[in-house]
Unconditional design. Structure first.
Length: 90
């Protein structure tokens, strides 16, 4: 599932990848789709991800999927301490 704002460029990407696409268009006061896709959830996720990425001072687009997977894993496993992450990385 790809959830985006109203930018039309995402429509072509979703079609090319053959994935479901939910467009949340704020100008149309369209904040929730199907009761679960909410523009604030999307905005909050992007804010957290961008904040997390700042520590790397830029990333290569070839590795963006790896960084997203890493971020998602850390978001889903917040119960681990920083020391645990370092230990596992080593």
């Amino acid at each position: 599932m790809l959830c985006t704002d109203g930018n039309l460029s995402y429509k072509g990407i979703a079609e090319e990848l053959d994935i479901d696409h939910k467009r949340l268009i704020g100008l149309d006061n369209q904040r929730v789709i199907e009761g679960i896709y909410h523009i604030q959830t999307l905005n909050n996720y992007m804010k957290r991800w961008k904040g997390w990425l700042k520590r790397f001072n830029g990333i290569g687009t070839d590795y963006i999927e790896n960084y997203l997977s890493w971020f998602r894993f850390m978001e889903d496993n917040k119960e681990y301490s920083d020391q645990t992450w370092i230990k596992e990385a080593l």
